[in-house]
Design a protein around this ligand. Structure first.
Ligand code: FEO
Ligand code: CA
Ligand code: CA
Ligand code: CA
Length: 586
């Protein structure tokens, strides 16, 4: 395939399509770094898919890798800590003998407690040191003291305004400060002080049962979809049954901060950043030293948020930043028709956020962030995913993945398409490069989808080739040169004639709106995690739920990527991309 004219990226474009494996631009290597079931510790058990146990899984790389971050160790650029979220599990692809195809559908058999416990151990995150070997290839360091698995059983602290509140107290935790584990960690972030942020997204799916009659959380849970009933955990663990433990769902839906250097550190759920279905949490140091965190709430008609710390970042003393995320102001975005974005503060006692509306304190505002944002009149968006600041330009990119439920009589300037199947990307220009600004400008960078179909209304530049367009933007990264890369979730043979992948998108000058395909995933997968090392020479990618397309099961998966071994199942994996002969990517 030819390079798209006008692009500032000089790699030869990958040809879009669908097959059983991954493809990277010519001149680059894409190596498998970590697969589901790989050892995270030297003494961990070998992956044995036919004899899985929760104990083994808790020492091995988890399922469905999503966010990836890299925290350098030393100045040489050849060592670092990789942090990886494990968002969720696909039982039908994980467990032998569990799934059957009945009447043209994949059906799951009965879950045992052991299967539930394996799923719980496969969620969460992995912290693992990696190093460049003599051959220049990154490898996990299994005996590193930093290595850690975080699961649904890991002890965590609630910190910030909600800690200790009655609405987060349970039988197991009468203090309302001690939570076990984290759920559905989609994207995340790495802070300027080198901690790992895990965003809790679709937490509602893990709860079952019914609230006791007249319980005060009924309205709160209805707004977030609790109980979602996606998993069987509540049949074996009372805390996931809201009839037995009605406050447990209030302990999820937060941003979790992990110190990856200390494997014994207690992760903290930073309640000041609000409770909703956080896609991610990307941070930037503002020019005045305050830290600004951007987060999308991934649901149709939900919102874009940012949090501005009260304190300032202290580069000289990392410990001074330890609790920076406990104190600050959370804002939600209103996108006006005239191109203004107004950031509305979610502060108890201001405007409608008062006791008359059921908010007795800031803790109530944060527990029911969505309802507070509803009352402030925030703009209902087409499923906000990653919200990525670009520190070099003062701009911020909001991935709006899709919203096929938006009706023609309900469009607005920032969400202009009815039945928005392919999503769009909004660019915010924060005023004078001040990320803490409460009034800034916005415009649409791209309406996604196939530009050759007029009624789709896509706006990729004419220089974009037939491989270069995409639908359903999800995650984004900015490389060392300040350029934007976008990964997708939801492209498929039937929907767009191509798999998900990673596209390089120009935002500056004449090339603005030109997109090129750099990497594509195997059939059924979603592309997550794009993360560049600070030198721009390594790119980490997460291939999530490969094989999750059609009537795919453990026994008969749509692909056996990445091993292509009949004795091994399809496995979500982290891929590491480098340029042959070295140098910056892109
Ligand atoms: Fe887990 Fe918003 O995708
Ligand atoms: Ca996502
Ligand atoms: Ca990102
Ligand atoms: Ca998504």
């Amino acid at each position: 395939a030819e390079a798209a004219a006008g692009s500032s990226f000089d790699f030869p474009e990958v040809e879009a399509g669908v097959d059983e494996t991954h493809h990277v631009a010519e001149g680059y290597d894409a190596d498998i770094l970590l697969r589901w079931g790989d050892k995270v510790f030297a003494d961990a058990p070998e992956f044995d898919p036919m004899n899985q146990t929760a104990q083994a899984q808790a020492r091995q790389f988890g399922y469905n890798n999503d966010y990836i971050g890299f925290i350098p160790l030393g100045a040489a650029g050849d060592r670092g800590i990789l942090v990886v979220n494990h968002e969720y599990t696909n039982g039908e692809l994980m467990f032998p003998g569990l799934a059957r195809v009945v009447d043209g559908k994949v059906q799951l058999g009965d879950y045992t407690k052991e299967l539930v416990d394996i799923e719980m151990a496969a969620h969460g995150g992995t912290v693992i040191e990696i190093r460049k070997g003599e051959n220049g290839k990154w490898q996990p360091v299994l005996d590193s003291p930093h290595n850690r698995r975080i699961t649904v059983e890991t002890e965590m602290m609630l910190s910030g305004p909600v800690a200790g509140h009655d609405r987060v107290k349970t039988n197991a935790d009468p203090s309302g400060t001690k939570v076990f584990g984290t759920l559905n960690n989609c994207a995340g972030g790495v802070t300027p002080w080198g901690t790992y942020l895990m965003a809790e997204e679709n937490f509602h799916g893990y709860f079952r049962g019914e609230l006791p009659e007249g319980h005060r959380e009924a309205q709160n849970y209805a707004r977030v979809g609790v109980p979602g009933g996606w998993y069987n955990w509540g049949n074996f663990h009372d805390r996931f049954d809201i009839g037995k433990e009605p406050n447990e769902p209030n302990r999820f839906g937060w941003i979790v901060e992990v110190d990856p250097r200390d494997p014994n550190s207690v992760p903290k759920k930073r309640t000041a950043l609000g409770r909703f279905k956080h896609e991610g949490c990307e941070t930037v140091v503002n020019r005045d030293g305050r830290v600004v965190c951007y987060s999308g709430d991934d649901e149709r008609f939900d919102y874009v948020y940012k949090f501005v710390t009260s304190g300032t970042f202290n580069e000289a003393d990392p410990a001074a930043n330890a609790d920076l995320l406990d104190d600050g102001t959370l804002y939600v975005a209103r996108f006006d028709e005239d191109g203004t974005v107004t950031w509305l503060p979610l502060v108890h006692g201001e405007g409608p956020l008062t006791a008359e509306n059921g908010f007795e304190s800031q803790a109530d505002v944060l527990i029911e962030t969505r309802r507070a944002a509803d009352l402030l009149g925030a703009t209902k968006m087409d499923r906000p995913e990653d919200v990525q600041p670009n520190a070099q330009t003062g701009r911020v990119y909001c991935m709006l993945t899709n919203n096929t439920r938006r009706k023609a009589d309900d469009v607005n300037a920032a969400n202009p398409r009815a039945e928005n199947a392919f999503g769009h990307i909004i660019e915010i220009t924060e005023t004078d490069g001040d990320f803490a600004s409460t009034k800034s400008r916005w415009e649409i960078l791209l309406k996604c989808g196939d530009p050759s179909i007029a009624e789709v209304g896509a706006t990729f530049s004419p220089a974009t080739s037939e491989n270069g367009w995409f639908g359903m933007p999800d995650n984004a990264a900015v490389d060392a040169a300040g350029r934007l890369w976008v990964s997708t979730d939801g492209n498929s043979k039937d929907k767009t004639g191509r798999t998900d992948g990673l596209w390089a998108v120009d935002t500056e000058g004449e090339a603005r709106g030109t997109s090129k395909l750099f990497f594509r995933v195997p059939i059924g997968a979603e592309m997550c995690g794009p993360y560049f090392t600070p030198d721009g020479e390594t790119l980490f990618l997460a291939v999530q739920h490969p094989g999750d397309e059609g009537l795919s099961t453990f026994e008969q998966p749509a692909t056996r990527w990445p091993d292509f071994d009949e004795s091994l199942p399809v496995r979500p994996s982290v891929v590491v991309v480098t340029k042959q002969g070295g140098g910056r990517i892109g």
